[in-house]
Design a binder for this molecule. Structure first.
Ligand SMILES: NC(=O)c1ccc[n+]([C@@H]2O[C@H](COP(=O)([O-])OP(=O)(O)OC[C@H]3O[C@@H](n4cnc5c(N)ncnc54)[C@H](O)[C@@H]3O)[C@@H](O)[C@H]2O)c1
Length: 268
């Protein structure tokens, strides 16, 4: 039987028009939350929300660019209540060694993946401190704990998300607000497809070979699905996790990180 352990809660998920964010929004809605499905892609978010509304779920699509500090602050100030925030929005990095990484790519990734999380956490903290209740779940990555080669900016951003989570958990504990992070392993979303395509090129292997290589490195022997990550997030949001805060939870089929040393680059 479906659990309704989030009945009556108001949740906001960032970057929720597709991929993991959409899976998380659907899971929270299935469990009884009203969910604000926010993203840069408003048309797509609206289409996806219509499908969920047709199935009786209480979801609302809204535009929110998490890199815009002032707009994020105003958006949260406009909320009457917020029980759950899931900071999911983030961008992948163009595959590159640190020695070749341009400033622009570093800042693009850090802005959209770490600073954005800070903006949303700060704004939500004000609402939740006043309510003296709430839950925040930040989406980090296994790369945040075990960095993979050639995505140094992304690794740094996701490590930063972990640090932000643990700091905020201490600061919000007196207000009965819990803050945790999940570290997903590989799920074949648009984000991952683009990263894989670049790595296939670097390694000179096909997409199928890469998919199999990753699969065989996952102890549970299969790629993740958005539902796998969504259930982990929903657990941390639920009353069952009522004494869990400052926790960093891998949802990765047992995978701890991607360990591959890239070949030496030719310098001409
Ligand atoms: N897919 C994986 O294997 C994987 C593994 C570990 C961590 N993650 C993390 O999970 C999260 C979701 O990844 P995904 O795979 O679903 O990616 P995705 O690219 O499929 O979806 C990301 C969503 O975020 C939105 N977004 C991007 N920038 C935004 C901004 N500035 N403001 C608002 N929305 C914005 C996009 O429009 C998109 O809808 C990311 O933080 C990613 O780093 C993914």
């Amino acid at each position: 039987m479906e659990s309704r352990d989030l009945e009556g809660k108001v949740a906001l998920v960032t970057g929720a028009a597709q991929g993991l964010g959409f899976g998380i929004a659907r899971e929270l809605a299935q469990r009884g939350s009203k969910v604000l499905v926010t993203d840069l892609q408003l048309i797509k978010a609206k289409e996806e929300c219509r499908n969920l509304q047709d199935r009786g779920m209480n979801v609302v699509a809204m535009h929110l660019d998490v890199t815009e500090s002032g707009k994020v602050t105003d958006f949260f100030l406009g909320l009457e209540r917020l029980d759950i925030l899931v900071n999911n929005a983030g961008v992948g990095q163009k595959v590159s060694s640190i020695s070749d990484l341009p400033d622009s790519e570093w800042h693009r990734v850090l802005d959209a993946t770490l600073t954005s999380c800070f903006y949303c956490c700060r704004a939500a903290a004000k609402v939740m401190e006043k309510q003296e209740t709430g839950v925040i779940v930040n989406v980090s990555s296994i790369n945040g704990q075990n960095p993979a080669a050639l995505v140094g900016a992304y690794n740094a951003a996701k490590s930063g998300v972990i640090s932000l989570t643990r700091t905020l958990a201490l600061e919000l504990a007196p207000y009965n607000v819990r803050v945790n992070a999940v570290c997903p392993g590989p799920v074949y979303t648009d984000f991952n497809k683009s990263n894989m395509a670049q790595r296939c090129e670097t390694l000179g292997i096909t997409e199928e070979e890469m998919i199999e290589r990753v699969r065989s490195a996952i102890p549970l022997g299969r790629w993740g699905e958005p539902e796998d990550i969504a259930r982990g997030v929903a657990f941390l949001c639920s009353p069952d996790a009522g004494w869990i805060t400052g926790e960093i939870m891998r949802v990765s089929g047992g995978m701890e990180g991607v360990a591959a040393t890239p070949p030496k680059r030719s310098r001409e």
